[in-house]
Design a protein around this ligand. Structure first.
Ligand code: ADP
Ligand code: MG
Length: 332
């Protein structure tokens, strides 16, 4: 059983370090921090719900704590910013053990220090249903330089970081009662936000438009194309797929389909001018983060073409996850 609300808040305050920038953190009615001159504040929020986003019988609390931070920091990276502080709203069910909450907070805290961010506040409540984790993140970027979804132009290259589909495949295997390879399971339970990459892409002004992949490439790409008024042609053989991912699926069609539609990659998808290629390759080497050019943006705003090397057209089967669609898919 969890102790009272105030003991719990006190415990959170003791367990989680407060970093720089936060003048007043946990303990007052609001947090206070200074936005340095010439910078702007970025804010985003994400919900993680037991039974919707995670199942307690599959996840461990340490990794859940990490994931709650990473998925939020990923949104700051996607705007080309750097994370500053997070707020943790917790709905705690009766069944949750003290030790489980401790593990969650340890994971949360470890991820915060990895990304150089602080916990600056939150809210704590008993939940009558499952565990609810509502995290808000704030970050900073240079004034006027947030990388939006709307800045891409026809002719820009389309790039993606890391590899696609690993997390979705892990989930698919778990749902089928199979044990996923460790590398894929790690991508699902403990995704890493591309925090340094996002910040550098913003700082060096290399990305003309960017977002992070949470709902699957096809669905998220659609957001970027709509906002930028472009179409896209994607080269399927260019999609970056990990070794374990390739090995676990038998056909190219299966591989492409899940890489295009599976969610929770938390990779960055961005557009960049063709004359930035050498600089981007240099950045990938310097940060040791794979960056792959997967296609090009076209002037036809309705175009979404997925091409094989032979020039055949491929139609992905499901375009992203939508909580409010009756069949769980998004239509174009
Ligand atoms: P109020 O009633 O004024 O909303 P609370 O009693 O809920 O304040 O919270 C007291 C302080 O503890 C606030 O600074 C709040 O931000 C912080 N806090 C509450 N819950 C959490 C949490 N889960 N994580 C971090 N800080 C928290
Ligand atoms: Mg409160």
């Amino acid at each position: 059983m969890i102790a009272g609300e105030f003991e719990l808040i006190d415990k959170i305050r003791r367990r989680v370090a407060v970093g720089e920038g936060v003048r007043i953190g946990i303990g007052d009615d609001c947090s206070v921090f200074e936005v340095p001159p010439g910078e702007e504040l970025l804010t985003s929020t994400d919900l993680l719900l037991e039974g919707v986003h995670f199942r307690l019988d599959w996840t461990d609390f340490y990794r859940l704590g990490r994931k709650a931070v990473s998925v939020n920091v990923s949104d700051i990276a996607a705007m080309g910013g750097r994370p500053l502080c997070l707020y943790l709203g917790l709905g705690i069910p009766e069944k949750l053990e003290d030790s489980e909450l401790d593990q969650f907070l340890d994971g949360f805290s470890a991820a915060l220090s990895d990304y150089g961010a602080s916990l600056a506040g939150g809210d704590t409540c008993r939940s009558a249903y499952g565990m609810t984790i509502a995290v808000t993140v704030q970050g900073l970027c240079t004034e006027g330089q947030a990388v939006c979804r709307s800045g891409a132009e026809p002719g820009d290259d389309l790039w993606v970081s890391g590899s696609l589909g690993d997390s979705a495949l892990a989930l698919k295997l778990l749902q089928a009662g199979q044990e996923p390879p460790a590398s894929l399971a790690e991508r699902h339970f403990n995704p890493e936000a591309r925090s340094v990459l996002g910040k550098e892409l913003g700082r060096e002004r290399l990305a003309t438009a960017m977002l992070d992949l949470s709902d699957g490439l096809v669905g998220d790409l659609r957001h970027l194309l709509r906002a930028s008024g472009c179409g896209a042609r994607i080269q399927l053989e260019q999609l970056p797929l990990s070794g374990d991912y390739r090995k676990s699926l038998n056909t190219d069609a299966e591989r492409w389909n899940l890489a295009l539609t599976g969610g929770e990659d938390y990779e960055l998808l961005f557009a960049a001018h063709a004359d930035s290629r050498a600089q981007l390759e240099g950045l990938a080497q310097r940060l040791m983060v794979p960056l792959t050019r997967i296609g090009v943006l076209t002037p036809d705003a309705g175009e979404r073409t997925f091409l094989t090397n032979e020039g055949a057209n491929f139609s992905p089967e499901m375009s992203g996850f939508d909580h409010f669609s009756s069949r769980g898919a998004v239509d174009d």
